[in-house]
Write a protein that binds this ligand. Structure first.
Ligand code: ADP
Ligand code: MG
Length: 368
């Protein structure tokens, strides 16, 4: 089931007694979630992710715009008639019911032609429980389960209704780091097995990047970029997206372009044909540095961190933004720490330039 959002806007009245403008939580969303995909809705806290999800589920009414599931306009349908499965950060299981009855609960409310017999309900509950691998825990109460198991019950409870659309709002936030990793793989597997169109909300870029077919990066109610995770990482549309994606994050410098050459401080570091002269914000991904004695970017070495596969070089430069610059090179490279200086060539496709005022991307061509 594809989901189409057309000029979707949600305004909340400002409750500040002194007045002021409405909060625009979702600002003119216009995009399509293709059938059977897992889409990661990604952005910092307060950017409107939950509101977007609540509009899709019907828990909130839009101020403007329409929502379609396939060809059906569902904008005026109440949540219970939309065929959505919802999973939240808090599992909200019924504490006095065992796992079996928690999962069965939504089916007990089916009425009229949708009404199920006891046997049909049991079959569906067992299928959903198997899918999330908790079918051996049916008799337990929620208090007798780990956080990860409780979240699986919540997912099974959303799936048992055979929803047209699955909506997950920060479903891993209450889990510890290891369970978070494991459960996100589980969600991916379940989504691929069921092929239910899924929207997964998170503020954690790594989480979204690792399991999504497409990511939607948003800020302050506005969509900045939509694309495959790798494409968005490799080709960010603006400085916000470039800085939001990637661990360790992109390193930012004050740069200047003169005659198609990028300068960082007085070092002439890269050909950037086609970029206008003047100040730029220059972003360099940690993997964009090539350690070389003859490299044009010369910086002051702070320390080395060896972490298994990679070596991180932490260094300083007068033109850098933030505390330090981090380059990741492979562990074969030898770093001479004697001189206190490190020099680099830059990989052109790992360097992104932006307008300093607006953060708009400044694209450059390939060097001749
Ligand atoms: P996110 O899930 O990305 O953290 P939300 O969608 O919860 O963000 O919130 C987006 C913005 O809308 C925030 O500024 C928030 O304060 C505001 N907001 C959300 N719900 C309400 C509400 N019911 N009333 C007023 N403002 C709200
Ligand atoms: Mg939220």
């Amino acid at each position: 089931m594809k989901i189409v959002l057309k000029n979707l806007t949600k305004r909340f009245p400002n409750r500040n007694k002194k007045g002021g403008a409405d909060v625009i939580a979702v600002n003119d969303f216009d995009f399509e979630i293709p059938d059977g995909m897992l889409v990661g809705l990604l952005g910092p806290s307060g950017c409107g992710k939950s509101t977007t999800l609540n509009l899709i589920s019907g828990l909130e009414k839009p101020s403007e715009g329409r929502i379609f599931f396939g060809e059906d306009d569902v904008t005026d349908l109440p949540p219970e008639n939309r065929g959505v499965g919802l999973v939240f950060q808090s599992y909200a299981l019924y504490p006095h019911l065992n796992v079996f009855r928690n999962i069965r609960f939504p089916l007990e409310n089916f009425r009229g032609k949708d009404r199920l017999t006891k046997e049909e309900m049991e079959k569906r509950v067992v299928e959903a429980a198997k899918l999330v691998q908790i079918d051996h825990l049916m008799e337990r109460k929620p208090s007798e389960l780990s956080g990860g198991q409780q979240q699986r019950v919540a997912i099974a409870r959303a799936l048992v209704k055979m929803p047209r659309v699955l909506l997950l709002d920060e479903p891993l936030s209450n889990l510890d780091a290891r369970l978070r990793l494991q459960t996100r793989e589980e969600i991916r597997r379940i989504q691929q097995e069921t092929k239910i169109t899924t929207v997964f909300v998170t503020h954690d870029q790594e989480e979204a990047m690792s399991i999504s077919d497409l990511i939607v990066v948003m800020k302050d109610g506005v969509v900045h970029q939509i694309g495959k995770p790798q494409d968005v990482y490799d080709d960010p549309i603006d400085q916000f997206v470039a800085q939001f994606l990637g661990t360790p994050p992109i390193n930012m410098f004050d740069g200047e372009v003169r005659n198609g050459q990028l300068y960082i401080g007085e070092d002439k570091v890269l050909d950037v044909p086609g970029v206008r002269d003047g100040a730029v914000a220059a972003g360099i991904r940690p993997e964009g540095f090539i350690l070389d004695y003859e490299g044009p970017l010369v910086c002051e070495l702070t320390r080395l961190e060896v972490m298994g596969r990679d070596v991180s070089i932490i260094f300083k430069d007068e033109a850098m933004k933030g505390e330090a610059v981090r380059a990741i090179i492979d562990a074969k490279s030898r770093v001479d720490t004697g001189s206190g200086k490190v020099s680099f060539f830059l990989k052109p496709d790992k360097v992104h330039l932006f307008e300093p005022e607006t953060g708009e991307r400044l694209r450059f061509g390939k060097a001749e």
